[in-house]
Write a protein of this length. Structure first.
Length: 81
């Protein structure tokens, strides 16, 4: 039963992350489901999935694990006169 709930939550997270930009959100949801299931059982899987989906990116950024998706602006050199 626990495996079915975890698999359904991960599948729902992957289905919601249709764009590649939102792929990190699916990973965060899956990690939340797995850790919640491991610690608190089925109820923890649901709560962990919700927390992973909503706050996972902020948590990863605060730990230094997530980099911004934009590249820094290029500096244009002026030709010497």
């Amino acid at each position: 039963m626990k495996i079915a709930i975890a698999a359904a939550a991960v599948a729902a997270g992957l289905a919601l992350a249709s764009a590649p930009a939102h792929a990190d959100r699916a990973v965060n949801t899956g990690l939340g489901v797995g850790s919640g299931l491991l610690v608190f059982g089925p109820v923890g899987a649901v709560v962990g999935g919700v927390v992973g989906y909503t706050a996972g990116e902020g948590i990863a950024r605060s730990w230094g694990l997530s980099r911004p998706h934009r590249r820094p602006a290029r500096k244009v050199r002026k030709p010497a006169d």
